[in-house]
Ligand binder design. Structure first.
Ligand code: FAD
Length: 358
């Protein structure tokens, strides 16, 4: 097999010199399973090793008293990325998953007792804003949507769906386009230019917290996350989010991948700058030509035995306490996904992100 290893969706090759016939993927979360499918599609022999007893990783599961709970994400955005991974092995999303498009994508409830439903359909959302806020912000929303869509297109092509083997790869015409779109300004003020209502500003900026930054300080480029769940569409797989991990894992096995659960990777063997084998806690040794690591960075660096130098140290984003409850009834006023915003806003972010206080 040649030296070219994995192609990032049509652009930019991540090149690993030497043989790449057998690849071991560590982790059967969404990224490990997607990588395995792309590698299988590219003709590699693939072994996936996962320490848990099931696929999905952080798209997790917990079953108690007959309730099947999703412990990670409760909705799916960007299903085309899943389709792409499945189609790499000639499989398809339609065959593996039954997706329900959620409308509204979510319901936002506010401390003053009001609520706004977030629709990803432009007319429906403009009508909701027209009815709950006013005509001016409804028009502003349509312009905001257009800006989010343009930001997304530029960022996806040049920065998200691209390799970053060299910082020079970032120097593309898209960088100038992103700057021209205001991507390097601040998210809060950027969104304020389109919608004046405080509730709408929250709806279109709170997503910065996913990346551990406050909306006031986040780069406007983070608005791409708002694009994903307010424009592109929000879905729920029938059977729960666990159906996603199961679908990808089944596709890996059907495409000839070797998927092993209960395998905790403890060490990597190397020869020169190549990883030649993966060692697990039970003493197994899996020889390989290349390895894909999908655990968190600290674990990946530990396995690699080195932490690359960075100009600024990495900070963990804030954690959260999540309560899961199995219930046998529904409540009026809640939707599949209901976000309750408190009265506080900036002060809360300052406390969580800067003061690091719960
Ligand atoms: C409560 C919650 C809500 C979320 N909501 C959303 C959302 O709405 N939208 C969204 O996009 N994202 C959301 N996320 C984030 C999303 O779940 C993760 O970004 C995604 O699942 C990460 O996938 P991954 O494959 O990169 O990593 P992981 O899912 O962490 O997978 C890594 C895998 O590697 C395995 N592993 C680690 N170390 C080893 C080892 N040494 N040996 C063998 N196996 C190992 C782990 O067991 C795990 O299965 C949410 C996460 C949580 C927890």
């Amino acid at each position: 097999m040649g030296s070219e290893f994995v192609r990032a969706r049509g652009r930019g090759w991540r090149t690993v010199t030497g043989p790449t016939d057998h690849v071991v993927v560590v982790g059967a979360g969404v990224s490990g399973l997607s990588a395995a499918l792309h590698l299988l599609g590219a003709g590699r022999s693939v072994t996936v090793v996962e320490r848990d007893g099931h696929p999905g990783g952080r798209a997790g599961r917990d079953d108690a008293d007959g309730f099947l709970m999703d412990t990670g994400p409760t909705v799916l955005t960007m299903p085309d990325l899943i389709e792409e991974a499945l189609s790499a092995v000639g499989d398809s999303l339609g065959r593996r998953l039954d997706l329900v498009r959620l409308d509204p994508a979510y319901r936002a409830r506010f401390a003053d007792g009001t609520s706004i439903d977030v629709h990803t359909d432009p007319e429906a959302m403009a009508a909701e804003i027209g009815a709950k806020v006013g005509a001016r912000d409804a028009r502003g929303y349509l312009r905001l949507r257009d800006w989010l869509s343009r930001l997304y297109r530029v960022q996806m092509r040049a920065f998200i769906d691209a390799n970053h083997d060299s910082p020079l790869r970032l120097l593309t015409p898209e960088l100038a386009r992103l700057a021209a779109l205001g991507g390097f300004g601040r998210l809060g003020p950027a969104v304020e230019r389109y919608v004046a209502d405080e509730r709408l500003r929250r709806i279109f900026t709170f997503q910065a917290l996913y990346a551990g930054v406050t909306p006031q300080r986040a780069l406007a480029a983070y608005a791409v996350i708002a694009y994903m769940d307010t424009v592109a569409g929000v879905y729920f797989p029938k059977g729960g989010m666990r159906a996603l991990g199961d679908a990808l894992a089944d596709a890996v096995v059907d495409a000839g991948g070797d998927l092993r659960y209960g395998q905790d990777v403890r060490a990597l063997e190397r020869r020169g700058d190549r990883i030649t084998a993966v060692r697990t806690a039970d003493g197994s040794r899996l020889a390989c030509d290349a390895v894909v690591l999908t655990p968190d960075l600290p674990m990946a660096y530990r396995l690699l035995g080195r932490t690359p130098w960075r100009p600024a140290p990495l900070r963990f984003s804030p954690s959260a306490v999540v309560l899961h409850a199995g219930v046998d009834r529904a409540w009026a006023g809640t939707h599949h996904h209901t976000l309750s915003f408190g009265a506080e806003w900036e002060r809360t972010f300052d406390q969580i992100c800067d003061a690091e206080r719960p």
